[in-house]
Design a protein around this ligand. Structure first.
Ligand SMILES: [Zn+2]
Length: 76
């Protein structure tokens, strides 16, 4: 099962479908390309996946997919 070790030492699991730790985001521009009824798979295809640590709320954004290193955002 895929997992990531957070900087706070929590282990973030994201192999479940759906995963409570994985979120999806997409740009307003990508969203604007859709209208009317849409296929959820098409929306998923233009989405960027990120993980939210359930302990410290850091965000790990996979801008280039899960094969690349995520960019990390920490709450202030
Ligand atoms: Zn954490």
């Amino acid at each position: 099962m895929p997992k990531l070790l957070c900087k706070c030492s929590a282990v973030i699991h994201y192999g479940e479908i759906p995963s409570p730790n994985e979120w999806l985001l997409f740009s307003d521009s990508n969203f604007d390309n859709f209208s009317g009824m849409v296929d959820a798979e098409e929306v998923y295809a233009v989405s960027t996946s990120f993980l939210k640590c359930p302990k410290c709320s850091r965000l790990y954004v996979f801008w280039e997919g899960h094969q690349s290193e995520p960019q990390v955002f920490a709450p202030e």
